[in-house]
Design a protein around this ligand. Structure first.
Ligand SMILES: [Zn+2]
Length: 117
């Protein structure tokens, strides 16, 4: 558990807190200070960083894939993820490019007549 409290679940005020490395919705209790009913799925970007970053992997790959499909340049600048820290960019960039290149591989497979069922 850490002291992470930020707006995360859609509120403009800090509505997330960290319990054992996962974020919980502070608005999901019946009484102030009562038990929280919603959360525990999103890794905490502060104390559970690797897991948190990994949770974006599929999304980032899809963004790269979509960019390739739209014929955007491979050097396309992706939008920074909130709470991203210096050093994360290389990893995110790699995922993005993996998605981007997957599109070309899919196209090549289609051209060879593969991938059709
Ligand atoms: Zn935390």
């Amino acid at each position: 558990m850490c002291d992470f409290t930020e707006p995360y679940f859609g509120a403009t005020y800090p509505d997330a807190c960290c319990i054992e490395g996962f974020l919980w919705d502070l608005d999901s209790c019946d009484v102030p200070g009562g038990p929280l009913y919603s959360g525990g799925e999103v890794p905490c970007p502060q104390c559970n960083r690797e897991a948190w970053l990994e949770s974006f992997k599929d999304t980032v790959e899809m963004m790269g894939y979509d960019a390739a499909e739209k014929k955007e340049p491979r050097e396309h600048k992706y939008e920074k993820i909130r709470f991203e820290q210096p050093g994360d960019e290389l990893k995110i960039r790699k995922w993005w490019l993996a998605g981007y290149d997957a599109f070309a591989l899919d196209q090549a497979a289609l051209a060879r007549g593969e991938g059709e069922k």
